[in-house]
Design a protein around this ligand. Sequence first.
Ligand code: MEV
Length: 311
Amino acid sequence: MKGIGFGKVILFGEHFVVYGNASIASGISSHTTAELVEANEPGFKIIDNRDTAAGYKEKYAEAMAQSVKNMNDAVWHLDFDKTPVEVTLAGDLYCASGVGASAANCVAMARAVSEHFCLNLTDEQINQCGLEGDKAYAGTPSGIDNTCSTYGQPIFFRNNLEGGQNQMDLLEVGKPLHVLLVSTGITTKTSDAVRILRENKEKEPEIFAEIFNKAEELAHQGKDALATGDLELIGQLMNQNHELLKKSGVSHTYLDCLVEFIKKHGAVGAKMTGGGRGGYMVALFPDAETQEKAALACEYEKFKFMKATIG
Ligand code: MEV
């Protein structure tokens, strides 16, 4: 049995989404697969063949075991000592912080478990598994990563802080977005980045109130620009979003350098994406040809990157 979970890219509103702000994100075609077979030894054994940033697997070994427990306690209710399984993770999603790798592996495992044990989980239940699993990695995830991993589509997302249904509107994309996701190679736990922003916010509530208002505005302007396919405007809004994240203390010098580098290679806009303080940068290009040229420049610099088209 094989399950799949998509990687994701956040175009607008990471971090602010944790507090109920609007955000825009999408699943990407790069994904993680989970292949599940019966095993002889009791338990839930994981063989991790994913391509990852240095130190990534070690950093998240405990979280991965906890994520399986979370999903089992919340949704599967299985006894893996009586019905042992072995799961092999693979796929073309290069795993580093920022690209939804933890949610993707939870969703992929949940899909494989559902098929193998004939649980017939709906997408909504798979999404719930993704959220419960991701709590082991991200602390108090907003739900944006698992939602992108499950549905794989561009969405306007708002985390319902009251605990009810999150807002998830499928987005109209007027023109396909040609993007590059470039890894800094630096692995930072999302939960640490979220904590740092919270501490900064508590120290300077007035400044952060302004930042949050501006971020909300950018997400709405981004939604309209996506619908009309105004790539230049989307790029400018992404640049502004990056500045807000920098002010919030969750960027990184290397991310800021990557943003400048990629703009010199034709990007109309660029920003950190995901938790930040390392992880990935996302850049938008006016067309596939410019994206391709920038990809060559990244290759020349030996950067790890992924190409994606949204919409
Ligand atoms: C991580 O991909 C996105 C954050 O906004 C955390 C979250 O939404 O759970 C930083």
